[in-house]
Design a protein around this ligand. Structure first.
Ligand code: MTE
Ligand code: CO
Length: 429
C-alpha cells in the first residue's frame, strides 16, 4: 500500500478553501462563509475521542463480493408515486437525482418504466432478428453482437412523460418526482449502422420497426436516417451488462430522442418503407394541443435543466453563508452550451459553472456557489444548447402547447427557498 497523506487539520483546510476562493476571483463570499456549518452526530465518535470504527477489526473482503453503498445511504433509492401506475401492467419509478452528483447514474438507481414488467431473458436463448427490406435477413445471438465492433457512449434517457404531472401547475414536492424520469449511462454496444450493414438495406427502405421481447411486445417506428446516424444496440451500462430492468441483454439507445423509443429486451428489427401503426397504450406518445389537434413525431427531447440541490428533498441545512447550488442540464439536439441560474425568480440571471465532461446528448453538471444571506429566494435554472435553443419558461410553453399535454414539458422549474432552508415547488407568473 502506498503512503497516505496525513489528514489536514480543519484550520488548514479552511485556510486553503479561503485562499482558493479568493484566487478564483469569487469575491461574493464572506471570509467566514463556512462558519456555522459544523455540528451533529455523536461527540463520542469525534475528535479528540477515538471513534468506534477505529477500535475493532472490520469485515474482510469476502463479505462483500458485490459492493453496495454504505448503510447510511440506504435512503438513496428509486421511488414511485403510489397513485401513479405502480402495477405490474404499467409501472414507473424515479431516479433520486437530488442525491446524485456528476453526470453518470449508478446502475441500481436509474428510473424504470415498464409496460408489462421486467422480462427475465436467458442470454443463451436471446436472439435479435433483423429482416424486412434487407438483402440478407439475419438472426444475431448475444455473442454475435459482442463480436462486432464496439462503441462506448454516454447519453441521457428521458421519458417524454418526465415533468408531465407539472403541466397544469406545481404538483409534486421533489425533483425526484418532477424530473426523475431521466438517467445518464455509459453504454457499450454495436451501432445499428453496423448491423444494417451486415444485412444490406434495400434502396426503398425508410423506416424501422423496433420490437421488445417483454409481454407488452413494445414496438416503435424509427426513421432509417436516425438509425444510421447514432443509434446503438447496447448490451452494457457503465461497464456492466445491462440490468434486467433496463433491457438485459440488449436494448436500443436512441440518443436525444424520447425514451419510449429505447426499446428494451430488443428482439426484432424490421426494415420497411413507412412508419407502423402502434397501440396507444405503449407507443403513441402524441401531444394533445389546446385545439384538440395532436403533435406527431415529437421525437427529440428539447433542452432542459433542473436544480437538484437545494431542492425539496435536499433542503439547505445551514442558516446562511456559503451555499452550493447544483443541477443537471441536457439537450436532445447536442451539447449544453451554457446554463444560467436565477435566485430571484428569473429577474436576474448569472452564468453557472459547468464542471465535468460536456458530452453530446448527455447530462451536464452545473454549479453555482453563493453566499446566502438567509433570505427567501426563488431558484431557477435555464439551459442553452449548442444550437442556440433556450429552455423556455412554463408560461411561454403553455402559450404554445396549452395544458392538455402530458409529454415534453421542458419548462423552467422554480424552487422557493424558505428562511428555514426548506424548499417548495412553486410557480410564479
Ligand atoms: N421497452 C420495452 N420493451 N417495454 C417497455 O415497457 N418502456 C419504454 C422504453 N422501452 C418500455 C421499453 C419507456 S416508456 C421508457 S420511458 C424507457 O423504456 C425507460 O427505460 P428504463 O426503464 O431503462 O429507464
Ligand atoms: Co417513457
Amino acid at each position: 500500500m502506498s503512503e497516505q497523506q496525513p489528514p489536514k487539520s480543519p484550520t488548514s483546510r479552511r485556510a486553503f478553501l479561503k485562499a482558493g476562493l479568493t484566487a478564483g476571483g469569487a469575491a461574493a463570499f464572506a471570509p467566514s462563509a463556512l462558519a456555522g456549518a459544523l455540528g451533529g452526530g455523536d461527540p463520542a465518535n469525534q475528535p479528540p475521542n477515538i471513534p468506534e470504527w477505529t477500535r475493532s477489526l472490520g469485515d474482510g473482503v469476502a463479505v462483500r463480493a458485490y459492493g453496495k453503498p454504505s448503510k447510511h445511504e440506504a435512503h438513496v433509492i428509486r421511488r414511485d408515486v403510489e397513485w401513479l401506475t405502480a402495477s405490474r401492467e404499467s409501472s414507473v419509478s424515479f431516479t433520486p437525482i437530488h442525491e446524485l452528483d456528476g453526470i453518470i447514474t449508478p446502475n441500481g438507481l436509474g428510473f424504470e418504466r415498464h409496460h408489462s414488467g421486467i422480462a427475465e431473458v436467458d442470454p443463451a436463448d436471446y436472439r435479435l432478428i433483423l429482416h424486412g427490406l434487407v438483402d440478407k435477413p439475419l438472426i444475431f445471438t448475444l455473442d454475435d453482437l459482442k463480436r462486432l465492433p464496439r462503441v462506448n457512449r454516454a447519453h441521457f434517457c428521458e421519458c417524454a412523460a418526465n415533468s408531465g404531472m407539472e403541466w397544469r401547475g406545481a404538483q409534486l414536492n421533489g425533483c425526484q418526482y418532477t424530473h426523475g424520469m431521466v438517467h445518464c449511462v455509459m453504454y457499450t454496444g454495436v451501432t445499428l449502422k453496423t448491423l444494417l450493414g451486415e444485412a444490406g438495406v434495400k434502396p426503398n427502405a425508410k423506416w424501422l420497426l423496433l420490437e421488445g421481447g417483454d409481454s407488452a411486445a413494445m414496438t416503435r417506428s424509427l426513421p432509417l436516417q436516425k438509425a444510421l446516424d447514432d443509434v446503438l444496440i447496447a448490451y452494457r451500462m457503465n461497464g456492466e451488462m445491462l440490468y434486467p430492468e433496463h433491457g438485459y441483454p440488449a436494448r436500443a439507445v436512441i440518443p436525444g430522442w424520447e425514451a419510449n423509443m429505447w426499446v428494451k429486451w430488443l428482439r426484432r428489427i424490421e426494415v420497411g418503407d413507412q412508419p407502423w401503426h402502434h397501440r396507444e397504450e405503449t407507443s403513441k406518445y402524441t401531444d394533445l394541443l389546446e385545439n384538440g389537434k395532436a403533435r406527431r413525431f415529437t421525437f427529440v427531447m428539447d433542452a432542459k435543466s433542473i436544480i437538484t440541490s437545494p431542492s425539496p428533498q435536499a433542503p439547505v441545512n445551514h442558516k446562511s453563508g456559503l451555499t452550493v447550488l447544483s443541477g443537471i442540464a441536457w439537450s436532445g439536439r447536442g451539447k449544453i452550451a451554457r446554463v444560467d441560474v436565477s435566485l430571484d425568480g428569473g429577474r436576474n440571471w448569472r452564468t453557472a459553472r459547468i464542471d465535468g465532461p460536456v458530452w453530446d446528448k448527455a447530462l451536464t453538471r452545473f454549479y453555482y456557489e453563493f453566499d446566502w444571506d438567509g433570505r427567501e429566494l426563488l431558484l431557477q435554472s435555464r439551459a442553452m444548447d449548442e444550437t442556440g435553443y433556450v429552455q423556455p419558461g412554463k408560461a411561454e410553453l403553455r402559450k404554445i402547447r396549452g395544458v392538455n399535454s402530458i409529454y415534453h414539458n421542458n419548462g423552467i422549474q422554480t424552487w422557493y427557498l424558505h428562511k428555514n432552508g426548506e424548499i417548495e415547488n412553486v410557480e410564479i407568473s
